[in-house]
Design a protein around this ligand. Structure first.
Ligand code: GUN
Ligand code: ZN
Length: 625
């Protein structure tokens, strides 16, 4: 069972529960070969490992290991009491053409007490479309049969389909129906080896589009950290690595952005325990066997350091920055970024409303991040001009409304920012105020911004500065209405802020804190992201204004008494939700008859709320009295 704790778009920090304890994701499972264990799994725990993976076929095929595993169990065999995943031998079948019985090997994994077993999926070569289609059908059939045999073992059903996106989608869609526990994306080892990262991105995207969002996704055989940020940003939760030992045997050192041969290195640019203790000459002078083990340690330290970096980035909400930084490590990763650029619309569905950290312009791909797509789309669709006339300003210091005189012009002030057009009233929302750009940006970003500006101006009457009067006094009212429209939808500003409007500002910063209408607290403004938190009164007003399903999360009757006590809404109690809700959006929690129960903040979007069986869907903020 899997649940999400924190997320950054499709990337998530989750918890996967197994019989031998929880696995915090994203993580990597080091591959343990039962015939050769240079680093014991227990030692890997201190590096950050939470679980390991081993090959059930190797155990099955060795009489001594098989007997011991059947008698004492897999965990005793490896002397490891934490979660163990087993693979089925698919890769060995592909590499060496050995024969394995698909159901027999699943039963075997179960009988030796594997926490997570894997079906015997068919690893397709680069073959014809028809051949791979046939193999995909066989994989699906095996998954169906294997599900009957899983017992209390979690089962991983691997998506195959070669490089054909439609076959990947088809395979993922069929496997999704089985509701197995984990969905690996398989068949990528040859692509990893040839650094065909764009195809790997396409394959992950095609699979993710059809897989249940509540299930962890494992990228099989991708053990080099160079791909981790990108794969996690596209929704992969688990990895496995034999690379740490394979590369070590080749005397190659893994780094997050490359691999270097020991013999071509003059320095050890690493501060892992191995590289801190030994100089490069010490490594060279060691016995070969000892050297291989030392390099394997280094490789694992580097691999886990990258996982930790990614988890931190998810918490800070700046994983795309890490992905873009990593894209400079290899031109093929840039090709993968081109693939991702075309998936903005899909990525936006999973994108947070705001992040903990400022938007940092990192590369020519920054302008294509889903948060920028959201900003442009909402400004185009949801902005309602207050004046007949509009005037345009160039990029300037932020926040734009520091320029008091701009607030007094009787025209809509539009700033041509690096993101595209930004109405002055929206200058404090994420990521407008919370963004850092260099003094000159790339041509593609400029073109993108210009394109959005031109689209936006079609709706406005642009005039010259000399054609507008000064003396407008109601900037704060315009501001709160514009933010409400942007955040909740057109008309929300008028619906929320009626009657006698009182705007309470912070004494220290002068920023808007609360909006009170006819003596009732309607919303609070959050200082870090410039968006509103709904109070019960605000919820009531939006509930009356928007018809269902807009902004709603519909919950089961039996959940209502708990929510009325202020408890959070768990995903399993959600019956339906508005398609437009995004992670960290404000939501109206309602009964089946659309009675407003509470207001809260979503952690999940609609697809996720309907799919997850565990975890919080909406954090209850205030109950309707
Ligand atoms: N190990 C590396 N790639 C694969 C794959 O596609 N399927 C399985 N079962 N194991 C793998
Ligand atoms: Zn090192």
């Amino acid at each position: 069972m899997f649940e999400i704790k924190v997320r950054d778009g499709l990337a998530r920090i989750g918890i996967l529960r197994t019989k031998h304890g929880v696995i915090n994701t994203p993580t990597i499972l080091p591959v343990i070969n039962p015939h050769f264990i240079p680093i014991h799994p227990n030692e890997m725990l201190q590096m950050g490992a939470e679980a390991v993976i081993t090959n059930s076929y190797i155990i099955y095929n060795d009489e001594e290991l098989r007997k011991k595993a059947l008698k004492e169990g897999l965990h005793a065999l490896l002397n490891f009491n934490k979660p163990i995943m087993t693979d089925s031998g698919s890769f060995q079948m592909y590499m060496y053409g050995i024969e394995i019985d698909a159901i027999e090997i699943v039963k075997f994994q179960r009988s030796i007490g594997s926490d997570i077993g894997t079906i015997l999926d068919i690893f397709s070569e680069e073959e014809s479309y028809d051949k791979i289609k046939e193999e995909v059908e066989k994989t699906i059939e095996r998954a169906k049969e294997s599900m009957k045999e899983r017992g209390d073992m979690l089962l991983a059903c691997t998506v195959q389909g070669g490089i054909y996106k439609d076959l990947r989608r088809y395979c993922a869609k069929q496997l999704a129906k089985l509701r197995s526990d984990i969905y690996p994306v398989g068949g990528v080892v040859p692509l990893m080896e040839k650094q065909r990262y764009a195809e790997i991105a396409e394959i992950i995207i095609a699979s993710k589009k059809e897989l249940p969002p509540s299930k962890p996704v494992h990228l099989f055989g991708a053990g080099h950290p160079i791909i981790f940020p990108l794969a996690v940003a596209l929704g992969c939760d688990l990895f496995d690595s034999a690379s740490y030992i394979k590369y070590a045997k080749d005397e190659r050192l893994i780094f997050s952005d490359k691999t270097l041969r020991l013999k071509e290195m003059d320095e050890l640019p690493c501060c892992c325990p191995v590289c801190s203790k030994f100089g490069i000459d010490d490594l060279r002078e060691m016995d070969r066997e000892e050297r291989v083990v030392k390099i394997a340690y280094h490789n694992l330290w580097q691999t886990f350091a990258e996982i930790k970096k990614i988890r931190q980035a998810i918490r800070h909400g700046n994983l795309w920055e890490v992905v873009e930084q990593r894209a400079t490590a290899h031109p093929s990763l840039m090709d993968a970024m081109e693939v991702i650029k075309n998936e903005k619309k899909w990525l936006e569905k999973w994108e947070n409303i705001s992040k903990k950290r400022a938007f940092m312009y990192t590369s020519r791909y920054s302008i294509h991040r889903p948060i920028v797509y959201r900003l442009q789309k909402r400004i185009l669709e949801r902005y309602e001009p207050f004046f007949e006339k509009s005037i345009i300003f160039g990029e300037m210091e932020k926040p734009y409304s520091r320029n008091e005189w701009m607030k007094k012009i009787e025209a809509n002030c539009i700033i041509e920012s690096c993101f595209g057009p930004v109405p002055l009233e929206l200058d404090e929302i994420y990521p407008v105020a919370q963004s850092i750009f260099p003094s000159s940006i790339d041509a593609e970003a400029e073109k993108e911004a210009r394109k959005t500006c031109n689209k936006f101006y079609k709706k406005l009457k642009i005039v010259d500065f000399s054609a507008v009067k000064k003396g407008s006094k109601d900037f704060d009212i315009r501001k709160i209405k514009s933010i409400a429209n942007y955040q909740f939808g057109k008309g929300a500003g008028e619906a929320l802020f009626r009657g006698k409007i009182e705007i309470v500002k912070s004494k220290t910063t002068g920023k808007i804190r609360n909006v009170i209408c006819d003596g009732k607290h309607v919303v609070s403004m959050r200082a870090p992201d410039g968006f509103f938190s709904l109070k019960a009164e605000g919820g009531k007003r939006l509930h009356a204004f928007f018809s269902p399903p807009k902004m709603r999360v519909v919950v089961t009757d039996d959940a209502i008494p708990f929510i009325k006590e202020g408890k959070n809404v768990f995903a399993k109690f959600v019956i339906d939700a508005c398609k437009e809700l995004r992670p960290y959006d404000e939501a109206l929690i309602v009964s089946k008859d659309d009675e407003l129960i509470a207001v809260g903040q979503c952690l999940l979007n609609r697809d996720e709320m309907l799919d997850f069986e565990r975890g919080i869907a909406v954090k209850t903020r205030e109950v309707i009295k």
